[in-house]
Design a protein around this ligand. Structure first.
Ligand code: GLN
Length: 398
């Protein structure tokens, strides 16, 4: 067989999605790959059944259906407070994943450097490789996940094309403050770099934390490519509707990348999803309350079991510290991946090994998500409470 692409040989499959497959094979509760087990708002699913009969069923405009882009521009203006021209400033993509990939391909030449905060959502590693960019990793140090401004400036000094900012952050739940974003903005301006934001959790925040849209900060509008999606906001991860909002000259390029990657996002789904973009403010307040209840329920349960964890400020992930387990003889030399596999097999709960998010050698954190109904979270906690027993049994046999 002829040799396959070098590019692809340098990264693995997604560990997040691999954990879902292992969880399914063992019939475990899946708190690994983050997606809700509940449906989108009824208004959206009702619109979807109407659209089945009325269409559209053929291609939408490659960069997004007209009414979808208009509704999106209006929503961005409503929440972010800056004006967006739906005719020039938006490209609709197949999910946030394509938005990020298209953004990288839009701004990067092979060899360009891109700053990535670590821990990072695993796709960015593959995005960098596929676009030929070379990542420079800047640590977000647990438990606060703060970064060192001096280290960040040193990275910028190496000459970078862009910085990727996932806010609120997957996997660590950090919400960047407006001061942190302004600092990033000052450095990006000083060293003339783009800011590519991944804001898919923009509406999943826990008081008192607030979402700051980097593009809305003074002077940054022309260098921010805001990538986001409808997946998390409207619980519709399978619809694959995402977008980039940015300056017209950049979006003109991004539209070309998107056109040749996928032609367009599904036309009937865009039509039905307009209903979601027009939902009133109360929808977003309810969403925040829903996730606040889930977060509080899960972290209270983790506290009761005695599992150490961070407290996410946004997104729907929590990092649990397994270092006490890994210090035991019976787990000597184990990776977090092996521990996660063992946990699936013994107590039937799936998490993502933290090492798949960190550039640094971090092996003691695992990521759970809590976009699950309360019954599932309750059952997950019941199962996790058995960990101690399973660990003791293993330790006895060690
Ligand atoms: N963003 C979600 C996560 O981190 C889902 C990832 C995916 O598989 N698209 O779990």
């Amino acid at each position: 067989m002829p040799k396959l692409s070098d590019r692809v040989s340098t990264f693995t499959d997604s560990v997040i999605r691999r954990m879902t497959r292992i969880a399914n094979a063992h019939n475990a509760l899946n708190l690994s790959q983050g997606f809700p087990d509940f449906d989108p708002p009824a208004e959206i699913t009702a619109a979807l059944s109407r659209v089945a009969l009325t269409g559209p069923h053929q291609y939408a405009t490659t960069w997004g259906a007209d009414n979808f882009r208009r509704a999106l521009a209006a929503k961005q203006e409503r929440f972010a407070g800056y004006s967006v021209n739906p005719d020039t400033d938006i490209v609709v993509t197949c999910g946030g994943t394509e938005a990020m990939m298209a953004a990288m391909l839009t701004v990067c030449n092979p060899g360009d450097r891109v700053i990535v905060f670590s821990p990072f959502y695993e796709n960015y590693g593959a995005d960098a490789i596929l676009s030929g960019a070379e990542p420079i990793f800047i640590p977000l140090t647990p438990p606060e996940y703060a970064f060192d401004p001096a280290a960040l400036e040193e990275a910028f000094k190496q000459g970078v094309k862009a910085i990727i900012v996932c806010n609120p952050s997957n996997p660590c739940g950090k919400v960047f403050t407006s001061e942190e974003l302004a600092l990033i903005g000052r450095l990006a301006t000083k060293y003339d770099a783009f800011i590519i934001t991944d804001e898919v959790y923009e509406h999943i925040l826990y008081a008192p934390h607030k979402h700051t849209y980097a593009a809305a900060l003074p002077g940054l509008r022309d260098r921010v490519l805001c990538c986001s999606s409808l997946s998390k906001t409207y619980s519709m991860t399978g619809w694959r509707l995402g977008y980039i909002i940015g300056p017209a000259e950049v979006i003109e390029y991004a539209r070309k990348v998107h056109d040749f990657l996928t032609v367009g996002a599904a036309a009937p789904l865009q039509e039905a999803a307009v209903t979601g973009l027009l939902l009133p403010k109360s929808y977003y307040e309810d969403l925040r309350e829903l996730y606040t209840r889930k977060r509080d329920y899960l972290i209270k349960g983790l506290d009761e079991i005695g599992l150490k964890h961070n407290t996410p400020q946004g997104s729907y992930f929590v990092m649990v510290d397994i270092s006490d387990f890994l210090a035991l003889d019976c787990f000597r030399g184990w990776s977090d991946l092996r521990f996660c596999e063992w946990m699936i097999q013994t107590v039937g709960v799936a998490a993502v090994p933290g090492s798949s998010f960190f550039r640094e050698n971090v092996n003691h954190l695992i990521r759970f998500h809590f976009a699950r109904g309360e019954d599932t979270l309750k059952e997950a906690l019941t199962r996790l409470a058995r960990l101690e027993h399973e660990v003791a049994a293993r330790q006895k046999g060690a």
